[in-house]
Design a protein around this ligand. Structure first.
Ligand SMILES: Cc1ncc(C[n+]2csc(CCOP(=O)(O)OP(=O)(O)O)c2C)c(N)n1
Ligand SMILES: [Mg+2]
Length: 598
């Protein structure tokens, strides 16, 4: 028996594009695909991972792309299912991840008839999947729609979307369109070629970098595959390297000249390096906050990016190199002179050493009851090789950025550009399906946990027995506060904390984990932290650690500007109910910087 259109699409994805897994949720708009996934005898198709909410399917597809470099694929029904996908798809689009969304639609005959669940999906996806959104109106289209949807997602590193009306899904497939005028005959396959800039551009860049005496390098996710090349360039130029958040895994944090993260979630050595440099080399990053980069005119700039549209938009660069970061750096290295004066580099290394001592001291400060930094520092000390970490938008992103030392071979990610709440747990699930043998950690706030993490743990409970290594751990920061925004209210708007908008209910996260068959551990005393991580690492099943953390510990930016300090004081004087605790905590955290020996 020949394939129908849905069977054909799934088979082409699996056999010709290597798609092993699809994340999704059922509905009658994709009835043909559900039948096909049920597996007619002899029909192979990708594994289907059933999530709790379509947004999570899109987050998992994004995580799959981030942690494998392959296209992540998600599947949702027409109308409501398709709409649910959107936030996760925007997360992928903004972080430049290749994701293909397949969505159902009402039958062709009813379209335009104000039919139930009929939504103008073409228009709905036109922004998020603007590079390629197509409706399969004829079975003969299916082949090239799959081929182009996959190839464009990879080439443009973006989201593409195929809309398949439910009656088309069940029509006989047309694997080979008739050879007539107007038909399309596509083939599968994609390989990203070697991409290097023109020789003259490389030469110009090398002149600028050779002339500099204080070179700062900033790397982002575009350099994730270029660790060796970045290292070699930094050695030659006597430079330090700061990392944008999505590029945290580019270089290990135990290298003495890696200054760590940058920005509001960044480190002091990154700040000092950017403020003091005379030359900036930016590789594979679109880090947006200009106040953390050198002042215009202070430094000469060189940027490398694979995407010509992303170049020259953060700092006025003298040399803009369009190319793959590893290929381009490799071509640049022979043109770079070894700098003999190492004083700039030594200063950076000195600052980095001080910074890690300060981080340890800040983590050890007492709090009521738990200082969140200690949870991250203790995890950092215990991270198994090849661990994969995810963080959520919230205060956890600060501590992930600053307190966790990633080592060689580890991976980590979060929603870098959309900065949406909610991806922590679904990203971790996507990571675990992609790498079932690796330990995975999700670092998540209680708000994000309530938003979707609690429900998505049910997906963990459903599937964890399939994973060859059960090490999967969710850390929940139970501070009963939307803490990151509470601090933004204080520091940016000069407003006191607003309990009506910021308080969130106390939920028994650890008990919930136990209820659904996972291990739950609750810690409310700093001395329990180390033991809790040890237990989580030894456990025979996924673990949730619920930590009762102090919302008064400030996620201090590496420097506080005068305006921020003013609005902060204004908020406190304006009667923030937590004034006493905050002053005590901020003072303790800040004072650590000035103690003798630091
Ligand atoms: C979908 C979404 N809604 C709202 C926000 C704004 N926001 C950013 S962080 C945050 C607070 C997160 O609270 P929680 O998860 O409890 O983490 P905490 O900061 O308390 O550790 C909010 C509301 C967002 N980024 N995304
Ligand atoms: Mg919270």
């Amino acid at each position: 028996m020949s394939d129908n259109v849905s069977q054909y699409i799934l088979r082409r994805l699996l056999d010709d594009w290597g798609v092993r897994r699809i994340f999704g949720y059922a509905g009658d708009g994709i009835i043909g695909f559900l039948g096909a996934l049920g597996g007619a005898p002899g029909v192979d198709c990708p594994e289907f991972v059933q999530v709790r909410h379509e947004e999570m399917a899109a987050f998992m597809a994004c995580a799959h792309a981030k942690f494998t470099g392959e296209v992540g694929v998600c599947l949702a029904t027409s109308g409501p299912g398709a709409i649910h996908l959107l936030n996760g798809l925007y997360d992928a689009k903004l972080d430049h991840q290749p994701v293909l969304a397949i969505v159902g639609q009402q039958a062709r005959a009813g379209l335009g008839g104000n039919f139930q669940q009929e939504v103008d999906l073409d228009a709905l996806f036109k922004d998020v999947a603007h590079e390629y959104v197509q409706v399969c109106m004829d079975p003969a289209q299916a082949r090239h729609l799959v081929d182009r949807g996959m190839r464009i997602a990879l080439e443009a590193r973006t989201v593409t979307c195929l809309i398949v009306p439910n009656d088309v899904q069940q029509l006989d497939a047309v694997p080979e369109p008739p050879r007539t005028h107007g038909t399309v005959h596509s083939g599968p396959g994609y390989s990203r070629g070697r991409r290097v800039p023109a020789d003259a551009d490389l030469q110009r860049a090398a002149e600028i970098l050779n002339a500099g005496e204080k070179v700062a390098i900033l790397v982002g996710q575009g350099a994730l595959h270029a660790a060796d090349e970045v290292t070699e360039v930094a050695e030659r130029l006597g430079a330090g390297v700061a990392k944008a958040l999505l590029g945290k895994a580019v270089l290990p944090d135990d290298l003495p000249w890696v200054t760590g993260s940058i920005g509001l979630l960044g480190t002091k050595p990154s700040w000092d390096m950017m403020m003091g440099c005379d030359t900036l080399l930016m590789v594979g990053s679109s880090f947006p906050y200009s106040e953390f980069l050198p002042e215009e005119g202070q430094a000469r700039g060189v940027q490398i990016d694979i995407d010509g549209k992303m170049i020259g938009i953060r700092y006025p660069m003298e040399a803009n190199l369009i190319g793959d970061s590893a290929d381009t750096l490799r071509a640049l290295i022979p043109l770079l002179e070894q700098k003999t004066d190492r004083s700039w580099r030594e200063q950076i290394e000195h600052n980095v050493g001080d910074w890690w001592n300060l981080m340890q001291a800040r983590a050890n400060e007492s709090a009521d009851p738990i200082n969140p930094q200690l949870l991250f520092a203790e995890l950092s000390n215990r991270l198994p090789d090849r661990a994969i970490l995810t963080a959520d938008s919230g205060s956890s992103a600060n501590w992930y950025a600053r307190d966790v030392k990633l080592r060689k071979g580890m991976m980590g990610s979060l929603s870098g550009t959309l900065a949406t709440m909610g991806p922590g747990v679904p990203y971790a699930i996507g990571a675990k399906f992609a790498h079932p043998d690796r330990p995975v950690f999700a670092l998540v706030g209680d708000g994000a946990m309530q938003m979707n993490g609690l429900a998505e743990l049910i997906t963990v409970a459903k599937y964890w027995r399939q994973w060859s290594n059960p090490q999967f751990c969710v850390l929940v920061l139970n501070n009963q506060d939307l803490n990151q925004v509470t601090w933004e209210l204080r520091a940016m708007a000069g407003e006191a904390r607003v309990p009506t908008t910021q308080d969130i209910p106390d939920v028994h996260y650890a008990q919930w984990a136990e209820l659904i068959g996972l291990t739950g551990i609750r810690v409310d005393h700093p001395e329990q932290i180390g033991g809790a991580w040890d237990e989580a690492l030894r456990a025979d099943r996924p673990v949730l650690i619920e930590a009762i953390t102090d919302p008064s510990v400030p996620p201090l930016p590496p420097h506080i500007t005068i305006e921020q300090a003013k609005s902060f004081m204004y908020a406190l004087l304006g009667g923030d109910p937590k004034t006493g605790e905050i002053i005590a905590q901020s003072a303790k955290q800040k004072l650590e910087e000035f103690l003798p020996g630091r």
